[in-house]
Design a protein around this ligand. Structure first.
Ligand code: RNT
Ligand code: ZN
Length: 423
């Protein structure tokens, strides 16, 4: 389908008028949308493999399925793919890195010995691209995580190794923040847990708490590095008990004022993070979201433009919580073109955010206070069919990224030019 610039502009004008009747200024909305950077997770580009090379096995109870050709095998390939993805995604962007994406040359560097210099190419590149960097220590895919325990390991030597890794990662985060002039969100997720019912749930949690205290002991300016902790319900091989559960990290984050990371796939299947945002933000200044999609379990499917995604964005916008919420993505699908996966998931998150921003929230909230629930429901439903998509198309046009599905052609082209040539 060819995109007619004039039509996109005309449709936008009409949409603008319609939203204006509700007191919504679409130009203002687009300005705000553009400033809201979503952190793209580097690990969608290579199936969470990283560049350590020693063993390509992904452990820690997470799983990538699929064998689509063209996986990035080096940092240069990954950066090339990311540049392609960014060219399809409007607005400001960020990149979320994991420690296993260090570039250490021919040298093997243990994770507890990682330094900012091992990420200088990433930082230089990010500067060039004008994007901020976020970070994650990697507590999986390593011989010392083979027991299924890291920061809560019973062996103090192994525990210390992971503590030192996390400390090293905070320094790398600080370096990113300083170099790029935007704080690095440094997210701690550990896979620790038991497959079967443990007889001691307490000791590992005590050890995890102590380990986190040690990691966070050194103050680092929040202008450079902001720490987050991510809970989970279960993983493959940790079905019965996860040390870092929701209650554990909620308590930890409140007590220590770290960010709490809410991953959409880390709760019971009928629980939704959209309903948690306004609860936890009564006790925390800021949160981190891992926007993901569980299918029956924490399967990390590509984010769809679905009801829960919409609800998440509505909660952030309705509560005026955008300046307290860092939005990151977390999915990994190896069964489709990986750049398409980034484009689909990120564009969906942005569409949902836009749609939420176009809502005449104050008017709806007034109806709620007046107990006119009939009008509230009627309008919410009618607003769903308002021409938000015309605003989205116009936004893509003005941001110089493909309008509608035109991005797919570019991905296909890139696939035949670049991806298909990778061994
Ligand atoms: C795992 C967590 C975690 C990871 C990444 C790779 O269940 O969601 O965020 O997905 O660190
Ligand atoms: Zn996550």
């Amino acid at each position: 389908m060819s995109i007619d610039r004039k039509h996109v502009e005309q449709d936008y004008q009409r949409a603008k008028e319609l939203y204006a009747q509700w007191g919504v200024d679409t130009d203002q909305v687009l300005k705000k949308l553009k400033e809201t950077a979503i952190s793209l997770h580097c690990w969608q580009g290579d199936d969470v493999a990283g560049f350590e090379g020693a063993s390509d096995e992904l452990t820690g109870g997470i799983q990538v399925t699929g064998n689509y050709p063209g996986r990035a095998r080096t940092a240069d390939e990954l950066r090339q793919d990311l540049e392609m993805a960014y060219s399809l995604i409007p607005g400001e962007n960020r990149l979320n890195l994991h420690a296993i994406y260090a570039e250490t040359g021919d040298q093997k560097v243990e994770r507890n010995a990682l330094e900012p210099k091992h990420f200088s190419s990433w930082a230089d590149w990010a500067k060039e691209q004008g994007i901020g960097l976020d970070f994650n220590p990697t507590f999986f895919s390593h011989p010392l995580s083979d027991d299924g325990f890291t920061l809560s390991h019973w062996d103090s030597g192994i525990r210390q190794y992971w503590i030192d890794h996390a400390i090293a990662c905070r320094k790398i985060g600080e370096y990113f923040g300083k170099t790029l002039g935007t704080p690095c969100i440094n997210n701690i997720w550990v896979p620790d847990g038991y497959k079967d019912i443990p007889v001691d749930r307490m000791s590992p949690r005590k050890r995890l708490k102590e380990a986190l205290d040690t990691i966070l002991a050194e103050p680092i300016s929040r202008d450079h590095n902001i720490d987050a902790v991510e809970s989970k319900l279960f993983g493959i091989g940790s079905e019965s008990y996860v040390v870092g559960s929701s209650e554990f990290y909620l308590g930890y984050a409140v007590q220590n004022q770290t960010l709490l990371c809410l991953d959409a796939g880390h709760f019971h299947p009928t629980e939704v993070i959209s309903n948690k945002i306004s609860a936890v933000l009564n006790f925390l200044d800021e949160i981190l979201l891992h926007v993901s999609r569980p299918v029956r379990w924490d399967s990390d499917h590509v984010v769809l433009f679905d009801d829960e995604l919409q609800a998440i964005m509505e909660e952030i916008v309705r509560g005026d919580l955008l300046n307290k919420t860092y939005i990151a993505l977390d999915f990994f699908d190896g069964s489709i073109n990986r750049i398409a996966a980034w484009a689909i998931g990120t564009r969906n998150a942005q569409k949902a955010l836009l749609k939420a921003m176009l809502e005449p929230t104050e008017r709806l909230q007034k109806l709620e206070l007046e107990k006119d629930f009939t009008s509230r429901l009627a309008l919410l439903e009618e607003l769903k069919a308002y021409p938000w998509a015309a605003v989205w198309d116009y936004y893509c046009l003005t941001q110089d990224v493909p309008v509608k599905e035109a991005w797919l052609e570019k991905v296909k082209q890139y696939e035949s030019d670049v991806l298909s040539k990778r061994g």
